[in-house]
Each structure stands twice: as C-alpha cells, then as structure tokens.
Write a protein that binds this ligand. Structure first.
Ligand code: SAM
Length: 232
C-alpha cells in the first residue's frame, strides 16, 4: 500500500477513507493483520492494522522489509496522446522502471493540458501493482523546444524516429551513460524539430524497426530495448 507519510518503526499511519475501504471492505483485513507499506522514499515496511473502521483506521509500522530500490536513472519523454493511451504509457513506464516521466509538447502535439495529478496517481497505482518501492515523478507538461536549451550535460537523448540506426546498437555503445527516451506524437516530429534534434550532440536518432508503431507501443518498445541494453 502506498502512503504519503514518512515510515519508521513504531509510527502510526492514519488511513484515508479510500484506503480503509480497500483494506477492510475489499481485502477484508482485521486488527493485527499485516500490511506492506511504501512511500517512494523509505523502502518497504511491514505494518499491522491497529484500528479498523468502515471509513477510517490506522496502521502501526513494525519493521523495514526492503530498502528503497532506486530505478536506473531513465527519463521517458513523450507527446501526450488520447487519455487512455497516455495513462497506458505512464503505467508501463512505471513498470519498466523509469525514474521520471515527462509529457512534452512538440510541434504536432494536440494536447494543451494534462492532468498531472491524475497521471501521478496512475504511477502510484502501477508501482503498488508491480511491487516497486519507488514512484517515478510525473512532470508537468513542458514544451520540447524549451527543454532542449538547458539539457543536462551528463544525459544522452534517444529520439525515436525514422533512422538507419537501430536503438539497440546505439545503446549498446553507451554503457554507463544516463539516457532520456523521446517519443513523438501521432503526427511524428516536424521538419524543424528533426533538424534541431539532429544538430544536437547529445541527441541520437534511433529506429525501433521497419514498421510505424503507435506512440504507446513505441514507448514500451524503446524502454524494453533500453532495459535489455542498460537496465539492471
Ligand atoms: N506519421 C508519423 C511519422 O511519420 O513520424 C508516425 C508517428 S508514430 C505513430 C509516433 C511516434 O512513435 C514517432 O514519432 C516515433 O517517436 C515513434 N515511432 C513509431 N514507430 C517507430 C519506429 N519504427 N522507429 C522509431 N520510432 C518510432
């Protein structure tokens, strides 16, 4: 179960109405039953039910069962598409161990806004589901052309596009490097964006195969190649 509170031995964690409903209404837990907790910062802790009500309750934290496992430092940048597909990308990026998920506005991106809080909640749910101890940060929507000037010196950018170079080949030569993956929108990148990206020393155009993948498929494919080449 994900909680916002700091976790430490002997702490009492009050439950929200939704959490109480889930633990006592859906999972049918009772006083003294064990619950596994994480908050994305302090690792995984064992707790037990101290109070159980229909709409509230509390847990008492007992001992740490796992240290925080930071994922490798991968960013996934993608142009948001339809709601369900964007949700899918956030869920899969969390499962694949992205450290940061950045929705970006490109020239052909239709979305003007995203619900960052909703996407962050999806990342929390996905982390709960896959047994992670870390929750990736979902960033606010930013314009790609504003992100590039301040690009961090120690990070490479793999932009997925038509290219003669396969993603695995590019990553295979980059052990020890930090990476960000960039996936374009349904309409792909504009000529101006392509030109700009090709001119940047840290940006590498890569192919994900001969067929045009939907953006959500491309995101999963790119993270899978990265996982095989550089993940742990
Ligand atoms: N009509 C668009 C074009 O010609 O670029 C297709 C865009 S595709 C639906 C959405 C995004 O997925 C692309 O911008 C790219 O980032 C990624 N993508 C899809 N298939 C790919 C492939 N075979 N290789 C590399 N990237 C791909």
């Amino acid at each position: 179960l994900y909680v916002e509170h700091p976790l430490g031995e002997g702490q009492t964690i009050p439950l929200t109405r939704e959490q109480a409903h889930y633990l006592f209404g859906v999972m049918r837990l009772n006083i003294s039953d064990a619950v596994s907790l994480f908050n994305g910062r302090d690792g995984e802790w064992r707790a037990e039910v101290a109070e159980a009500g229909k709409r509230n309750g509390s847990l008492r934290v007992d001992m740490r069962t796992r240290r925080l496992q930071m994922p490798p430092d991968l960013w996934l940048m993608f142009a948001p598409i339809k709601k369900a597909r964007t949700d899918f990308i956030v869920e899969k990026a969390t499962e694949m161990g992205a450290a940061r998920i950045c929705p970006v506005q490109t020239d052909f991106t239709n979305a003007e806004r995203i619900r960052q809080d909703r996407l962050q909640a999806h990342a929390i749910e996905a982390a709960e589901q896959c047994g992670g101890t870390y929750v990736p940060e979902v960033c606010e929507l930013q314009r790609l052309d504003r992100m590039l000037p301040g690009w961090p010196e120690d990070r490479q950018l793999m932009f997925c596009d038509e290219s003669l170079v396969g993603a695995a080949k590019t990553l295979g030569k980059a052990q020890g490097e930090k990476w960000a993956i960039l996936i374009g929108p349904e309409g792909g990148f504009s000529d101006a964006e392509r030109q700009r990206l090709h001119s940047l020393p840290f940006a590498h155009a890569v192919s994900l195969g001969p067929r045009i993948l939907r953006a959500d498929t491309a995101a999963v494919a790119a993270m899978t190649v990265w996982q095989q080449a550089l993940g742990d």
